[in-house]
Design a protein around this ligand. Structure first.
Ligand code: GDG
Length: 506
């Protein structure tokens, strides 16, 4: 059975970032396809349906112009052989896209006050709590006039698309930006089949008590407008059910992972997201990646030298600073590794408008400078820190590293670990935080990291670097097999199979 056989309903998708973005250069309007496994998986689904639309935010100025030209409606974008807008009948795979424009001040409150950082920080356990967060009238206003207001606009756009399809459609909502959407769509379109997938961790009730009761209750009831609330792991799904029990007092079943709201039963489910192995194999086979591989081998791997890698956004949840402290401890305690083991960190600057993120980048720089000053040998610095957005370089580094370090404080899944499992050709060892969702699937093939224990992480790095080659290859092969048989298509297919049952089609 193919993915599309699972769908007898029209499809409406919603995510903050859409499948295409428009820009303008000297030749006029340009169209670019969004990057990443989620966009390819969801586009792949939508492209093969007659009646699908993807609702998303206008991300660029040109997106807003396109949205205004469409007068609030959708446009048809043909995605192959190159992305372009079509007026008549497409002669290749295509997606309808509806870009939503919101008031800039409301969007700033929605995105830069509530989605990031408040919800992100709560869900990743990043608040120290002694001094942060401080919720003032400004945050309360930003919730009403930003998060809730923007959610209403998106919900109305989704409901509009559902009504245009006869009031019965399958709606797939994505992520923490839109917790209030499902409830409002259901109010307007009671026959809808709704799923909301949360890409980041879902903590237990006490973490949510950081928010005042009226706000946390609205967020939870918003999500409970869905038929299914999807997470990466069983632990997050369980936490969600616990929240419904403790914070809302609703009847729940922790074995079935269900919540009863009025006459409806809402299911919490877990579907571990994954990568597109064929796309990764194709990237690895490019000349650009091969050139990077040659350069990286020359710089880091001559003789018996070894390479530890990390690839992350500069997000405090990724725990970059403690990762370097652990590496510094490793070199302190094993001086024979100095000059022989390098640490390449490819970090993508992220959310630099949020003060905590800007401070975090500065701290990373300071820690790296200190460790490099302490352990430079024969002119060779142990840490090579590169602040870059360069996916081909990342894939090249994935393929030749000895150890990948993922030591997140909390991470919904962590796709980098899965990408390395597929692409590495050197018996690379995954050094994987027990707090990353990926640990549920890949932990048995990895060395486990405890993200707060710098000594434990140093010891684990040592274990990974000194692991016999045969064992390294055995573990890597098993991890690769797990990821290749549980790819991003399966992530989507499993959700659709559950929804099909709920909608009464099987
Ligand atoms: C959120 C959740 C969850 C790497 N370098 C570049 C680049 N990458 C790609 C990686 C990977 C992606 O970025 C990062 O994904 P992660 O899963 O590691 O982390 P988040 O960005 O925090 O993602 C996470 C995910 O959503 C999916 O549900 O797994 O837990 O936090 O694919 O290869 N991309 C570009 N340039 C680079 O230099 N464009």
């Amino acid at each position: 059975m193919s993915d599309t056989d699972l769908l007898d309903l029209p499809l409406v998708l919603l995510s903050n970032r859409g499948p295409v973005t428009f820009d303008r250069d000297a030749s006029g309007r340009t169209v670019n396809r969004g990057a990443g496994g989620l966009v390819s998986a969801l586009s792949g689904l939508a492209e093969h349906l007659d009646d699908a639309v993807w609702v998303c935010g206008a991300a660029t100025e040109e997106d807003a112009v396109v949205a205004r030209e469409a007068e609030g409606g959708s446009i048809l974008v043909q995605t192959h052989p190159y992305p372009h807008v079509v007026e008549g009948e497409p002669d290749g795979p295509s997606i309808r896209v509806r870009m939503v424009v919101t008031d800039p001040a409301a969007y700033a409150d929605f995105y830069s006050v509530w989605s990031n950082p408040i919800l992100w920080f709560i869900q990743h356990g990043l608040y120290g709590r002694s001094l942060a967060p401080v919720l003032t009238k400004a945050e309360h206003d930003a919730f009403e006039n930003g998060y809730a207001a923007v959610n209403r606009v998106y919900a109305d756009a989704v409901a509009d698309e559902v009504r245009a399809r006869g009031g019965k459609a399958l709606v797939l909502l994505q992520d923490y930006h839109f917790y209030l959407v499902a409830e409002r769509v259901r109010e307007q379109c009671p026959d809808v089949v709704l799923t909301h997938f949360v890409h980041i961790p879902w903590p237990g009730p006490d973490e949510w008590r950081v928010l005042p009761a009226n706000i946390r209750e609205r967020l939870l009831y918003g999500l409970l407008g869905s038929d299914v609330v999807g997470f990466h792991t069983r632990r997050y799904a369980r936490n969600f059910v616990l929240c419904a029990a403790e914070l809302l007092g609703l009847p729940t079943n922790l074995d079935d992972l269900t919540v009863t709201v009025g006459d409806r039963v809402v299911r919490a489910r877990y579907y571990p997201i994954s990568v597109d192995p064929a796309a990764l194999d194709a990237t690895l086979a490019t000349e650009e990646v091969a050139a990077h591989v040659a350069m990286l081998r020359y710089v880091f791997l001559e003789g018996d030298r070894q390479l530890i890698l990390r690839v992350d956004r500069t997000d405090p949840s990724k725990n970059v600073v403690r990762g370097f402290l652990a590496f510094g401890t490793l070199l302190d305690q094993h001086p024979e590794l100095v000059g022989r083991v390098s640490f390449l960190a490819l970090l993508q600057p992220s959310r630099t408008d949020v003060p905590e993120y800007a401070d975090y980048i500065a701290l990373i720089g300071a820690v790296v400078a200190e460790i490099n000053a302490r352990h430079t040998k024969e002119g060779r610095q142990p840490i090579d820190l590169r602040m870059v957005e360069d996916f081909p370089l990342a894939v090249a580094a994935y393929s030749i590293c000895d150890v990948l370090m993922v030591n997140a404080i909390a991470d919904g899944m962590n796709l980098v670990a899965k990408e390395v499992a597929v692409v590495n050709r050197r018996g690379g060892v995954l050094a994987l935080s027990e707090m990353a969702g990926a640990h549920e699937e890949l932990g048995e093939f990895a060395v486990t990291l405890h993200p707060f224990d710098v000594q434990q992480m140093a010891d684990a790095l040592y274990e990974a670097l000194t692991m016999p080659m045969e064992e390294r290859h055995r573990r890597l092969a098993a991890a690769a097999e797990q990821v290749r048989t549980h790819d991003v298509r399966r992530w989507l297919a499993d959700q659709l199979a559950d929804l099909r049952k709920i909608a009464g089609f099987s």
